[in-house]
Design a protein around this ligand. Structure first.
Ligand code: 5GP
Length: 190
């Protein structure tokens, strides 16, 4: 998506440790007309899929998922990160290692909000090693819902998350795939 690539080149900041900051328009301050274009693009890429629910993970996926959901006319449900889980049987639980915080979280979702009748689109801001997405995939499997695919705004193609997800046969759409990045340059996959 050219609009996104141009914006990353203009406003993205590369930090040590292969972290790209897009705080000024995507996941701290949010440029809503711009994210609307992202929502439309996801809709066109998954137009053939009978999506009934969008699933994301807190925190930075939520805003993007909400805007995207308006184009699909479906609810958003987000998995919550939790330090300690009260396992009372009403929750799907999985473990996710955070790329940015280097911590392992329990991630939980109420069983009420994902059922075998659902057709799920996963949405997140970044795909790096794939831990967040694999956690969401595990929750979808536990729920018996149908996984229709995953929409990612920025995939870091030099980390192996994208390969893992595609090798599982999952329909993955990343709106920009970065092959390499330095302080002065971001190179996208054509
Ligand atoms: P993964 O689980 O695929 O390793 O990492 C994905 C998660 O880590 C995303 O939900 C995102 O919040 C965060 N993340 C990974 N890489 C970056 C990055 O370069 N910049 C930012 N801002 N977040 C990232």
């Amino acid at each position: 998506m050219q609009l996104l690539k141009d914006r990353i080149r203009r406003d993205g900041i590369v930090k040590p440790g292969n972290v790209l900051k897009v705080d000024s328009f995507l996941n701290h301050q949010m440029d809503i007309p711009f994210i609307n274009e992202i929502g439309k693009e996801f809709k066109s890429r998954f137009a053939q899929s009978p999506i009934t629910k969008i699933l994301t993970i807190e925190a930075s996926g939520i805003g993007i998922a909400c805007i995207t959901a308006q184009y699909f006319d479906v609810p958003v449900v987000f998995a919550k990160k939790s330090q300690s889980v009260n396992l009372d049987g009403d929750m799907y639980v999985t473990k996710v290692e955070s790329f940015t915080h280097k911590k392992v979280y329990d991630v939980i979702l109420s069983k009420k909000y994902l059922t075998p009748q659902d057709h799920v689109l996963l949405i997140d801001d970044f795909l790096a090693n794939g831990c967040a997405l694999l956690g969401l995939i595990d929750i979808v499997k536990k729920s018996g819902a149908v996984l229709e695919g995953a929409g990612i705004v920025i995939e870091k193609g030099f980390q192996d998350g994208g390969k893992k997800i595609r090798d599982m046969g999952i329909h993955l759409e990343s709106l920009a795939i970065i092959d390499s990045m330095t302080d002065s340059e971001v190179i996208f996959r054509p």
